[in-house]
Design a protein around this ligand. Sequence first.
Ligand code: DON
Length: 325
Amino acid sequence: LISRAFRHQFIIPDFPGFTKHIEDFYWKCKSNIEGKVAAYIPQLAHMNSEYWGVSICTIDGQRFSIGDTTIPFTLQSCSKPLTYAIALEKLGQEVVHKYVGQEPSGRNFNELVLDHNKKPHNPMINAGAILVCSLLKSLIKPEMTLAEKFDFTMNYFKKLAGGESLGFNNAVFLSEREAADRNYALGFYMREHKCYPEKTNLRECMDLYFQCCSMEANCESMSVMAATLANGGICPITEEKVLRPDSVRDVLSLMHSCGMYDYSGQFAFKVGIPAKSGVSGSLLMVIPNVMGICTWSPPLDMLGNSCRGVQFCEELVGEFNFHRY
Ligand code: DON
């Protein structure tokens, strides 16, 4: 980092100038009071709707944060691209996509629906992510117990975050498991259609899914995860090679087409950056070869995306030409 600084070789040369704009967007979005905090479990319902944070990490490790960027939140659906990445890394694209598709579902994230091959549409919706958890449990080191697989998954997430803040919220996990009629319905529906690898234990697979949703990070550590994806799988903080470039390409392709619930098409059109949102109000954005961004603000719009987060993305591409096309 220091030698690059001396050579003036940063990917964003005028970083202070750039972050001044980020600050402006931050304050602009702060006055947005639209949306409702997710209420399906008490731990999310009690979240303060005022929380608002933005963190940036460039592929050469320049950092910027503003607002509530060290308060932990659960990953929820932002864990979906991460578990998908682990599955790709360990099993390869061909095996993973024998079980799960690449098509936007055009439906809500938790709808009881499979594609015409009787597979979940993609790994970014609940059915697809539950299926990916079954691959993690049954096909990657199947001898591991659920406890060992939890550690394995969490360690992987931690490596993506450069060892920065990553925890587990047990109250959210227990609530998720209690309030999970739809997810269980999806789980059993997929078992009826023989979607899982042989020997899948559905209870363990569902638990792993709820555990992944209940991992906790903050804006700062999530921006490092996004930056690892922006940097072809090499964490810019530790310089560890966490993912292969081909795994990253697949993850970003599906974040681009399926990452923002049933707003993914419009988001790809207007913003044109791969992103993934979660019901805790987090939004993970990847600008390939430039930087990772994480925003967090609990109030969600009708489709389940963070209102301030979506506005922030639109402000960003309104000012800077990060749209892929
Ligand atoms: O599984 C669920 O429905 C919740 N844990 C919400 C996950 C989420 O963020 C929605 N995702 N696409």
